[in-house]
Design a protein around this ligand. Structure first.
Ligand code: CTP
Length: 447
């Protein structure tokens, strides 16, 4: 199954306004207990509290999500303080916004009063003032993120849907709430596409037009590089980044950032392969860690001329390590692939020596670039097996054999490793014999 489609039938079958049972079932017990308490405290102090946003959306789609956002039609900070006291949990106050975060390890819950945003200028971060729940919902990106679930005990689990988000959620439709949405916050261009790829949804027709208009009017130019990079990074953490990136190309989002950036059939292959290789890598649970930002950025920008890569990296104000490592990752991967193709290693130990010391991202990027399956298999074999092969014996054993520590040590140990990789020896006794026979041999000039 390629993508998670919404369980539409399930949504239809249940009472569309009462989610009490589902809410209790889907929340981890500590969060369920917490929500009950906050609801009771809200009731006592005469305010109404609601779960809102991504959590509610995902609960209805039966997707796991433990990032809770609570909105209150009154003083959120006061309610958060009361909850922190009653439940003895850690509270972080953001006094200037009158919001707070409660920490119930490993979860954290954000609480805010209903607000209204003012954008001083397009692309800037909004300024805020208190508002009704309906206005609060109106400042959000898409209707499917505006659903509210009451947690006060008298109406626990009841849905409040001021902007008809449930209908869109059921239909698999991403719809903005007003026509300036993408202009006020152009990061929503990326968000729309990310949600589209994640849920397999469609952009509602008017929303699609507004997105394209915002792009044509140069909407991205209002955004800082850091904010754009954050959106890329969120896409790279998704399960299906290739799909999202394809949409970014189709809509002209990437061309708006760099004119020469186009989706060639070659790049399309790389994107597909990158997705498969990342999934494969995660299944292996190796000791190595990959930096998905570095991997995807290398794959995605490799076709651009170096000079355009540099220009783009500066425009996006890339984090220093990504800016530095991307060119090296692309270079190493291309070089390794040339070596693998032009001088295919005749022994597994030669393959291991070729790949040893390369970063995970370089190796995975090489596999992405590799058209020939045997080259990819060689890299996978190195990561899953060859790299793990080490001699049983170590320097202490060599000392016991009376061999003086020095450069000969590593020559002997590396030779043993190579022989082991090639299957020429397998036991500790054989390793000791080989070490013994190598003691006389001078280290060759070029190893
Ligand atoms: N939001 C918005 N505009 C943005 C970012 C966020 O309107 N540019 C709103 C959305 O309504 C969203 C909420 O703020 O539901 C919380 O933002 P975030 O945690 O980024 O979104 P989630 O919807 O929870 O997305 P994800 O599942 O990717 O965490």
């Amino acid at each position: 199954e390629r993508r998670a489609h919404p369980p539409v039938n399930k949504i239809h079958r249940q009472d569309q306004t009462d989610f009490a049972e589902q809410l209790r079932r889907q929340l981890p017990p500590p969060l369920a207990a917490f929500i009950d308490q906050v609801g009771r405290l809200a009731q006592e102090t005469g305010v109404r509290a609601y779960l809102v946003g991504g959590f509610v959306r995902d609960m209805i789609l039966l997707r796991e999500n433990v990032d809770l956002d609570i909105v209150v039609d009154g003083d959120a900070l006061a309610l958060a303080r009361a909850a922190a006291r009653a439940l003895d949990v850690k509270l972080v106050e953001h006094a200037e916004f009158r919001t707070a975060t409660l920490m119930i390890d490993p979860y954290h819950i954000d609480m805010a009063g209903a607000r209204r945003d003012y954008y001083a200028a397009p692309g800037t971060l909004p300024q805020v003032e208190t508002a009704t729940l309906e206005q609060d919902a109106l400042r959000r990106d898409f209707s499917l993120n505006t659903l509210l679930l009451a947690i006060n005990p008298d109406r626990f689990g009841q849905l409040l849907d001021p902007h008809h988000g449930l209908e869109d959620l059921i239909a698999g439709r991403i719809r903005v709430l007003h026509s300036l949405s993408f202009v006020e916050d152009p990061t929503r261009i990326f968000r729309a596409i990310r949600f589209q790829a994640r849920f397999g949804f469609k952009l509602e027709a008017h929303t699609e037009r507004l997105l394209r208009t915002a792009l044509e009017r140069n909407g991205l130019s209002e955004l800082s590089g850091t904010r754009i990079w954050k959106e890329f990074s969120l896409i790279f953490q998704e399960k299906h980044p290739a799909e999202a990136v394809r949409h970014l190309f189709e809509r002209g989002v990437l061309a708006a950032l760099e004119r020469q950036w186009v989706l060639t059939p070659g790049l399309e292959d790389h994107l597909e392969r990158a997705e498969q290789i990342v999934a494969w890598f995660h299944q292996q649970h190796l000791e190595r860690a990959a930096d998905l930002n570095l991997l995807w950025w290398s794959v995605l920008t490799a076709p651009l001329p170096v000079e355009r890569q540099r220009h783009l990296n500066e425009r996006l104000e890339l984090p220093e390590n990504i800016a530095r490592k991307t060119p090296a990752t692309i270079n190493h991967a291309q070089k390794l692939l040339r070596q693998l193709t032009e001088q295919p290693p005749s022994l597994l130990s030669h393959l291991a020596r070729m790949l040893l010391g390369e970063s995970t991202d370089t190796l995975l990027t090489t596999a992405v670039f590799a058209v020939q399956e045997e080259n990819r298999r060689a890299i996978f074999l190195f990561l899953t097996e060859l790299e793990q092969i080490k001699p049983y014996i170590d320097g202490n054993d060599l000392k016991k054999l009376g061999i003086a520590p020095g450069p000969l040590f590593s020559h002997i140990l590396e030779t043993i490793r190579d022989e082991k990789i090639d299957g020429a020896i397998s036991s500790k006794v054989e390793e000791l014999e080989l070490a013994d026979s190598l003691r006389q041999v001078k280290k060759p000039e070029s190893v």
